[in-house]
Design a protein around this ligand. Structure first.
Ligand code: DGP
Length: 113
């Protein structure tokens, strides 16, 4: 499967990793929209948040345990935003589930990625 994030997870495509465990990888977005812009992805290929169900929701819960750890490591004490885009109408450009962490500045209310 030709998936850029699977390539990053395999190590075939370089990335600036900020967190990794058995099931989750987080790395800096190649096109940052904020001073801190990190993508958190499951290592298993899940196409988008629309594919979350009882068979994979444990990994999603784990991602949401990891996100506060990353925010702490990145010193996002003033807060941050977590975004996932779903499908073409939702603005998803990479069809591998990912959560954007945006922070390091006061973000515009309606800012998306
Ligand atoms: P979305 O539009 O929500 O699907 O976000 C995809 C994000 O992925 C976008 O902000 C840019 C980022 N991205 C795409 N290709 C790469 C890559 O090869 N490396 C890194 N680090 N980020 C990438």
């Amino acid at each position: 499967m030709d998936c850029v994030f699977c390539g990053i997870i395999r190590g075939d495509i370089p990335s600036k990793k900020v967190y990794e465990d058995d099931t989750v990888l987080a790395f800096r977005d190649i096109n940052p929209e904020a001073p801190v812009h990190i993508l958190v992805v499951p290592k298993d290929h899940i196409a988008s948040a629309d594919m979350i169900d009882t068979t994979n929701s444990e990994i999603i819960a784990h991602i949401f345990e990891v996100i506060p750890q990353i925010a702490k490591d990145e010193d996002l004490t003033g807060g941050y935003r977590v975004i996932t885009n779903v499908g073409p109408d939702g603005g998803q450009s990479v069809p591998h589930l990912h959560f954007h962490i945006l922070g390091g500045a006061k973000l515009p209310i309606h800012m998306g990625v």
